[in-house]
Design a protein around this ligand. Structure first.
Ligand SMILES: [Ca+2]
Length: 214
């Protein structure tokens, strides 16, 4: 019986560790909050520029801002993609497992110069996903907080590396620039893992309580 209890204490520890780790999975994105390199505003980064740590500029122009504040209040910097009809995107290559699903989250705000009220359009893509997100309307003239909204999507990796890309989408009637901050990518737990956890965890807890009572 003692050996049995010892075994289930080990299972409790394992299940507890798995449960804790599943809630605190590490962000796969390097410098997803854009707090590096820090320092003053840096406008008009051009294609190929790697000034923003971990990211590569895909097209002229991208701006590195502390002017607009931070999406979550945890930092000071963000990026602006494009400049009033001039495209400008950023990308980062992520190490992924083919077939594995990942969850992406990020914050978007809009800046539209004199045209307050416009909502910036942001195209995001990774793995098998590509979609356009409409940011919240720009209602506050800078340097007031432009207002931030969190968005997200899931993608399935198709190779050992997945390119995460963010670009503005301008239309003849909408030239609002999307601001981007706090990008996070984490693996989506597989159903089999959740099933295992859902089975093992209650059983292990039951044995733990029995052991504590005896
Ligand atoms: Ca930030």
């Amino acid at each position: 019986m003692k050996r049995s209890l010892g075994y289930f204490r080990s299972v409790v520890l394992l299940a507890s560790t798995l449960a804790n780790n599943s809630g605190h999975t590490q962000n796969l994105v390097l410098n997803g909050d854009f707090e590096s390199p820090g320092g003053p505003d840096h406008s008009f980064l051009t294609a190929g520029d790697t000034y923003i740590t971990g990211w590569t500029v895909t097209a002229d122009w991208v701006s590195y801002w502390q002017f607009f504040g931070d999406a979550t209040g945890a930092g000071t910097h963000t990026v602006g993609l494009g400049y009033f009809r001039t495209p400008g995107g950023i990308e980062q290559s992520l190490a992924t497992v083919p077939g594995q699903s990942y969850s992406v989250s990020f914050y978007v705000a809009s800046t539209s110069g004199a045209e307050l009220g416009a909502s910036a359009l942001l195209r995001a893509s990774a793995g098998d996903f590509s979609g356009v997100f409409t940011g919240p309307p720009d209602t506050q003239p800078p340097p007031s907080n432009p207002g931030w909204q969190q968005f997200g999507f899931q993608f399935r990796a198709q190779s050992p590396t997945s390119l995460l890309v963010f670009e503005p989408l301008f239309t003849p009637s909408n030239t609002a620039v999307p601001l981007l901050d706090s990008v996070e990518v984490v693996p989506v737990p597989e159903p089999s893992f959740l099933l295992l956890l859902g089975t093992v965890w209650p059983l292990a807890r039951w044995f733990q309580r029995r052991a504590e009572k005896s």
